[in-house]
Write a protein that binds this ligand. Sequence first.
Ligand code: NZQ
Ligand code: ZN
Length: 386
Amino acid sequence: MNNFEYKNPTKIIFGKNTIEKLASEIPSDAKVLLLYGGGSIKKNGIYDQVKTALGKVALIEFGGIPANPEYEVLLEALKVIKEQNITYLLAVGGGSVIDGTKFLSAAALYEGDTPWNILKNGIRPEKGMPFGTVLTLPATGSEMNSGSVITRKETKEKLAMGGPGLFPVFSILDPQVITSIPERQLANGITDAFTHVLEQYMTYPAGGLLQDRFAESILQTLIEVAPRVLKDPTDYEAAANFMWSCTMALNGLIQQGVPGDWAVHMMGHELTALFGIDHARTLAVIAPSHYKYNFEAKKEKLAQYAERVWNVTEGSIDDKAYAAIEKTEAFFKGLGIDTKLSDYTSEYEGTAEKIGQRFTERGWKGLGEHKNLTPDDAEKIVKMAY
Ligand code: NZQ
Ligand code: ZN
């Protein structure tokens, strides 16, 4: 196991009717900007719950943050923060609203002229404007981590950022919010969280016995609750386990002391940037090809996962490792998620080359747990995923 330092400062308030507790988490002298997405919270009653809970808190609102939060829209929100002397941000939404809020938390204190440089130059803010979240969609884990992914339509870019100053101060997780989520987004959430675990687990044996078992237990829980959540989002026990699994999949815990891959996400983000495909679906497109392409480097963990998560007990390491990839792809398909790029667009020719070229331009010469995956390798993996 590698050395590590781990601090996660986010307070989690989990359970039924916890949105009621909102006001007590926000400083009484704060001037709050409430941020939300395309309006789902106005239809499902979450907006009303939040407004009621906030009572007399001084509040301004900014709605319209789109899925895959868009830089230009966020600049509008930044203007409001500056003009209105906002001191505290409150995100009510899924990963997109929370990520957008994290960007604003950093941008509000950024001293340069062009906040895009936070993303472009890989700046890791030590401090941001404080913010809390009310999670409406379990998927990304953004509610308990310090990462954010921002899209710039103008240049078709989607870049990640993060830093120790960008953890939410608190996050309210009421599993009842999932009752209004469309089936497509529920399937996305399961797939995204599942792949987050794989990115931190499907590497090579590194002696992190506990981390491996944490990871496997999250995968097993997601597999167990997925059909229940899709069949009946009002099943509270299934919703609660789904929500907590998504948070635990990417709050840093399972990553400590072990190698991480994240190349699936790096390639997947390009597919969203180029074609607008839902984040989770890009992962389901890339992951099977990625694991096949890197089979030799990953086969021991693939076989361990096959045994412990999918109960594949017969055959050699290679047999089990192949079965692991097949089981994973079948799991995604069972959720209604297609696993080939050509299922999403007919204009896929040239995509692999474009992604390879972008990685070269950005100097991403060594992705993956061994930092040896070149832009040429990425090109081949994406091509396998056509
Ligand atoms: O915008 P509204 O109207 O709110 O509708 C949203 C949106 O259309 C809707 N929705 C959310 N909660 C709902 C609901 N509809 C009904 N009832 C509810 N309770 O769902 C749609 C998708 O929302 P979005 O926030 O985009 O989804 P998700 O949570 O999957 O977030 C995806 C974004 O997170 C980034 C992705 O790249 C993508 O931009 N990621 C962030 C990560 C992080 N910060 O750690 C890690 C991830 O790997 C990921 O990259
Ligand atoms: Zn993800």
